[in-house]
Design a binder for this molecule. Structure first.
Ligand SMILES: Cc1ncc(COP(=O)(O)O)c(C=O)c1O
Length: 432
């Protein structure tokens, strides 16, 4: 008898972590386990779910599409679900963005943006303008290029040799200000490192990649809008492309459809994934402006973007994404988002009084607390304790080390959301 083929779970150490919980059914914010437990999904299943699990409208759209056509090659062909999705997104994305390239997930959407940026300059005879700038504390995915632009972390540690060199500049992490200032009296001096770099090496730099306004996996670090505005202005001044990785922040998470909208900024390239299909199917998309796309419309065949994944523009994923956008059009989604933001604000204000709560942070539907810890960071010993405590109390939360955050599907009720914060408050007051 061959040994059984065991599933290797992501971000999981089979020697240290508890056995996976088998989920049989999910509805709204609730995960129903085979052993009878009911768990609130307060992290939207790795930040993908928007309108609740098993949303009937999205499920029906996928079923209907599956009966017509599941998938066809997108090179040399197109289809209604892909065209419909592009048309649906038009209403929401900055008018400066005019082309959309499909991929599979957040990491590949980032890879596409980086490659488009570099090749766009190469195609117009500037191959030396190929360097990339990224932020401290950034996280952009797990593939090699996305890992390269992500900051050093336990996730990247074994792969030093596989990561290409990038310029690393300060992020606006106000709680641990990189230039030792206080937000109340600063003038976004943290952007000075980027400013100096672009002044010195701008002609070699193709792009700056940022997670706009919220660095998520790096610890739910919320930036002042002025930081993003300054980065945009510096990129424009030095003819450097701004890549906004909206893989997490997209589709309402920060209170507007896209985080860039909050700062009134249009990026040159934008990466989307996670919520794009409402959390039903994998899909990535990279949007870019005409000035980028124009470099690829060339008589020279070598100027083609030779990149494409097998499931590019998958019709089922497109149908799910269009159904999700229809929910934005038809339902009071932004009222739900505002309701979540209100409750986060109230509960965070209360949590500030506990000595162990070092910082509270919020942007839209994302509320976070950074706990004081001697071993701050993803590997903090607080993490496994907190994770187990939350699950024992029927809530799925995945602390980023000593940072606990809530990022729920938009359909969470006020009672359910208060329940999540009650459990967090209990952990804060009883565990440490
Ligand atoms: C900002 C950001 N970019 C990219 C990614 C990578 O997305 P994926 O896990 O779908 O490859 C993530 C994932 O968490 C992310 O938060």
């Amino acid at each position: 008898m061959p040994s059984p083929l065991r599933i290797w779970h992501p971000f999981t150490n089979a020697a240290l972590d508890p056995a996976p919980i088998e989920i049989e059914r999910a509805e709204g914010v609730w995960l129903h386990a085979r052993d009878g437990r009911k768990i609130i999904d307060a992290v939207s299943s790795w930040w993908v779910n928007l309108h609740g699990h098993a949303n009937p409208r999205i499920a029906a759209a996928i079923a209907e599409q599956a009966r017509k056509m599941e998938h066809v090659i997108l090179a040399g062909f197109t289809h209604e679900p892909a065209e419909e999705l592009a048309a649906g997104l038009r209403k929401w994305v900055a008018p400066e963005l005019t082309q959309l390239f499909f991929s599979d997930d957040g990491s590949t959407a980032v890879e596409v943006a980086l490659k488009l940026a570099v090749q766009s300059f190469s195609n117009v005879g500037r191959p030396g303008k190929c360097e990339i700038v990224a932020l401290e504390h950034g996280y952009h995915g797990d593939t090699a290029g996305a890992m390269s632009v992500s900051d050093d972390s336990p996730f990247t540690e074994p792969f030093r040799a596989m990561r290409y060199a990038v310029h690393r500049v300060h992020a606006a992490y106000c709680y641990r200000c990189p230039v030792g200032l206080k937000r109340e009296s600063c003038h976004i001096e943290c952007v000075g490192k980027l400013k100096k770099l672009l002044e010195e090496r701008g002609e070699h730099i193709a792009a700056v990649i940022v997670e706009p306004l919220l660095q998520a996996a790096g610890g739910m670090i919320v930036h002042p809008v002025e930081f993003l505005k300054e980065v945009r202005a510096l990129c424009t001044k030095h003819d450097v492309l701004l890549i906004a990785d909206e893989v997490l922040t997209g589709f309402g998470r920060t209170g507007k459809m896209f985080a860039c909208d909050l700062a009134g900024v249009a990026p040159d390239l934008m990466c989307l994934s996670k919520g794009i299909t409402g959390g039903f199917l994998p899909m990535g998309a990279t949007l870019c402006g005409e000035h980028v796309a124009a470099a690829f419309r060339s008589e020279n065949r070598l100027h083609t973007f030779y990149h494409g994944h097998s499931y590019t523009g998958n019709a089922l994923a497109c149908a799910a994404a269009t159904a999700s956008l229809q929910i934005f059009n038809d339902d009071p989604v932004f009222d739900r988002i505002a309701g979540i933001a209100r409750i986060h604000g109230e509960r965070l204000a209360e949590l500030k009084k506990y000595a162990v709560v070092g910082d509270t942070r919020q942007i839209g539907t994302i509320g976070a607390i950074e706990l004081g810890a001697d071993d701050a960071g993803y590997l903090s010993a607080m993490r496994p304790k907190l994770y187990a405590f939350f699950l024992e109390h029927g809530v799925l939360l995945r602390p980023l080390g000593n940072v606990v955050y809530v990022l729920p599907p938009y359909v969470i009720s006020p009672e359910e959301l208060h329940r999540v914060w009650d459990v967090i408050e209990e952990a804060v007051t009883t565990l440490f």
